[in-house]
Design a protein around this ligand. Structure first.
Ligand SMILES: [Zn+2]
Length: 476
């Protein structure tokens, strides 16, 4: 009964044929080893004992750009201590019979949460519909569980024995090494599952042109090195990577020494952008953006993403002064929910279109890259405080273009533009100056709270003061 149940779950999760002893030959995307009991790596009694308490282990992987999933049952785990994956592992889900400490490459897996509606939430992955995962210790999918059990699961808010590990950036690998360990620890006993993947490869390092003291910027590729970048010439790819390096170097030379520790290029169908993550100095470029954007736009994107890392380092979105200013620029009413959320949490949980808002400042459109940097396409400074700070720093970095940008019609995106009146120009200058002052104040806040960006803060303070002086001279 249990065996057939696990087969059912495996099928549900993987969308594949269940993986079990009846299957001959390898399952697509995965090779299981150690089925030979004479192997020196034959799992120990301790390994088998811990494995008997793991109901299910799911590995999400990306093989030659295509995502897939595979599932191991308790029996699979009891007979093997090694796995070889074709491609790299992009997520891990474990359902255990009871509480365990489970880690992926030394990093703890997060408990699976149960939402108020009974749906499951996997950290960095999102919602999983009821019935897609089986609750440990139960012989039915959650959606069919007794009402009492389900209510208890909702109250506890954590799925007992359920753990997930997904990288912060979707499509990235859970570990950068070719070989890593998934470890289950129950009391004093543990199970180590060695996983072999074809994961990250360092494709090149690009030495900066001006920052002689800086180490070359490493570019990693998450995927199959042999058929990467389908048919691009080496020269084209080289020019694209150099454009990214140029953007990074421009930000680093404007604000501080080394900000970025590398660039990872990942495949993810449907994604056409680049991202950064709080607490990390890595830029992730989706290959569609890297291969599809013009070289000038790649420089702009790389600058923008590098500035996100600077905003994070300087803790700008934590600043009360900047939160208040952004609420004012967005035109949030004094007693609106949006203003309250922004001041309390630094962001608005649910954007209600136009609600609690009157006449947002044109500064939001003005500093967006598609307006401020003529010819650029990106930027959405009105989206949230982080985007606002990032685009503002970008405009500050190119403050030599400020006067020229004030003379042009305001590009509102989607082929819409608006001529600026003299009054409109003065309002923009005033709002720009208010932002300079709030940002200067935020650096003092960050210094008091303690942060690691002292050098960058000093450079930024200097640029804020210089640009403020130019603006006040112009206004006279
Ligand atoms: Zn952004």
């Amino acid at each position: 009964m249990i065996w057939s149940l696990l087969m059912l779950v495996a099928g549900l999760l993987a969308g594949l044929q269940p993986l079990g002893p009846a299957r001959a030959g390898p399952v697509e995307g995965i090779r299981l080893e150690n089925s030979d009991s004479s192997s020196p790596d034959t799992p120990t009694t301790e390994h088998r004992r811990v494995a008997s308490r793991v109901n299910l282990l799911q590995l999400n992987f990306v093989d030659r750009g295509k995502p897939g999933k595979t599932v191991l049952s308790s029996s699979d785990l009891q007979t093997r201590s090694h796995l070889t994956i074709d491609g790299y592992v992009s997520g891990v889900v474990a359902l255990c019979a009871d509480e365990m400490a489970v880690s992926v490459d030394g990093r703890p897996m997060a408990p699976i949460r149960v939402g108020a509606d009974g749906a499951l939430w996997l950290k960095n992955f999102g919602r999983v519909a009821e019935g897609e995962l089986l609750a440990p210790n139960r012989e039915q999918p959650l959606e069919r569980a007794e009402a009492g059990n389900l209510a208890a699961a909702r109250r506890s808010a954590v799925l007992d024995g359920g753990y997930a590990y997904f990288p912060a950036v979707a499509g990235d690998a859970v570990a950068t090494a070719e070989r890593f360990t998934i470890r289950f620890r129950a009391g004093t006993q543990q199970l180590n599952l060695a996983v072999q993947q074809q994961g990250y490869s360092l494709i090149c390092s690009i030495a900066p042109e001006k920052l002689l003291a800086r180490e070359p910027i490493p570019f990693f590729y998450a995927g199959e090195p042999t058929d990467r970048f389908g048919g691009r010439t080496a020269a084209d790819l080289d020019a694209r990577l150099k454009a990214v390096a140029k953007g990074i170097e421009a930000v680093e030379s404007a604000f501080s020494g080394t900000l970025i520790d590398g660039v990872t290029i990942i495949e993810s169908p449907g994604r056409h952008n680049a991202v950064t993550c709080s607490g990390s100095r890595r830029i992730w470029f989706y290959s569609a953006a890297l291969l599809g954007e013009p070289l000038d736009e790649l420089v702009v994107i790389a600058e923008h993403e590098s500035l996100h890392i600077l905003v994070d380092l300087l803790q700008l979105t934590q600043s009360t002064a900047l939160r208040e200013l952004f609420a004012d620029l967005k035109g949030y009413d004094d007693l609106s929910l949006e203003r309250l959320e922004l001041l309390t949490f630094g962001r608005v949980a649910r954007a209600r279109s136009g609600a609690g808002q009157t006449s947002p400042s044109p500064l939001l459109a003005f500093i967006s890259e598609k307006n401020f940097l003529e010819g650029a396409r990106g930027g959405h400074a009105d989206a949230d405080l982080e985007e606002f700070c990032t685009s503002f720093l970008h405009s500050l970095m190119h403050s030599d273009r400020l006067e020229e940008a004030l003379r042009r019609p305001l590009n509102l995106g989607s082929s819409r533009s608006r001529d600026l009146t003299e009054g409109g120009r003065q309002a923009l200058k005033t709002h720009y100056t208010l932002t300079i002052d709030a940002m200067a104040g935020s650096l003092n806040e960050a210094r008091r709270n303690g942060f690691s960006g002292a050098e960058a803060a000093a450079q930024l303070a200097l640029r804020l003061a210089q640009t403020r002086a130019v603006l006040s001279t112009d206004s006279r």
